[in-house]
Design a protein. Structure first.
Length: 319
């Protein structure tokens, strides 16, 4: 993992870490598929991480009769889904992560309906929108975007003249016209795979555009992690939810992982940090620390849902 593997190589490494032989291409599971009818022999499964994907896997695997344990390093579930309440007053709250829920995210919508949570459109239905950039506040509405000249950025006169439509599409044309099927686990197509090594800003510079276009288009996303993600991953994420209505959960988006964690309260072990994963032909072993103690867990299968920032700190072995 320290050798910067390609996307396909990483998927194969992930398969080894999870104790699952990758005999054929993986495909995203739909809630409408019949995979859940293939129960098979009950397995002992360790799930690393109690974020949304980890808890979803735990819920579905328990339905199929498998013995599941979830190891979570933090003292809460939900991963990057987090809602701030204190010290806000008057029942106010702010979603700090995973702010938007596109309507075509069918698994998320499935659980929202299951727990009877209520949705509200993400974008305001009335009044102005507000961008804050470089300490400057720029107001606009759903019907009228603010002029690019109002933003504290340095673009060329040609880029300024192209407007929002131009700067948001023209620089990415080399990828968009060859994007193929972003839902395929064999994505990206070879004709655009070379761009995987570029961040958004690096890609813009490579294509001859102002790098500050990235700052403009990623207002609200521009933390270090997102600005350093592959431009291919960025385009893929956007294309998968393009045109979909975006929502938020009334009361805070963390209500969803809270409900999921309540359902799994008997199998989630909090404050348990995974440090080592090793696999043989017959089992997978996971070493985790909790406080000053270390414990080894064994299972038939391991599902790792950790982000790369956590995964790169772990030791993963194949024997």
């Amino acid at each position: 993992m320290k050798n910067n593997p390609s996307r396909r190589e990483f998927l194969r490494l992930g398969a080894l870490a999870s104790g699952i032989a990758m005999m054929q291409p993986l495909h995203a599971l739909s809630i409408n598929d019949t995979w859940y009818l293939k129960k098979g022999k009950p397995q002992k499964v360790l799930i690393l991480g109690a974020g949304m994907s980890g808890m979803s896997a735990a819920i579905e695997l328990r339905k199929l009769g498998h013995e599941v344990t979830v190891l979570e390093g933090q003292m809460r579930a939900g991963g990057r889904v987090k809602t701030l309440r204190a010290p806000l007053a008057d029942n106010l709250y702010a979603d700090l992560g995973a702010a938007r829920i596109p309507e075509n995210h069918e698994w998320t919508m499935k659980y929202i309906k299951k727990y009877n949570l209520q949705l509200h459109p993400f974008n305001p239905l009335k009044d102005d929108y507000l961008h804050v950039m470089g300490g400057k506040k720029i107001r606009y509405t759903s019907n009228q975007a603010a002029a690019l000249q109002e933003y504290p950025i340095n673009l060329t006169s040609k880029e300024m003249a192209s407007g929002w439509q131009g700067v948001s599409t023209e620089p990415l044309n080399a990828i968009l016209k060859n994007i193929g099927n972003p839902e395929s686990m064999e994505w990206p197509p070879n004709r655009i795979a070379k761009y995987d090594r570029f961040s958004f800003k690096e890609f813009l510079a490579e294509e001859g555009y102002s790098t500050e276009i990235a700052d403009l288009l990623m207002i609200g996303w521009e933390d270090k992690k997102n600005m350093n993600m592959s431009v291919l991953e960025l385009v893929r994420e956007l294309s998968l939810s393009f045109g979909a209505t975006r929502n938020k959960i009334i009361g805070g988006n963390d209500l969803l992982p809270t409900k999921m964690a309540e359902e799994l309260s008997d199998i989630i072990q909090y404050g348990t940090k995974v440090v080592d994963v090793s696999q043989t032909d017959s089992k997978v072993s996971v070493v985790a620390s909790k406080g000053s103690e270390r414990k080894t867990y064994t299972a038939d299968r391991v599902i790792c849902t950790f982000p790369l920032t956590v995964l790169k700190k772990m030791n993963v072995h194949r024997f």
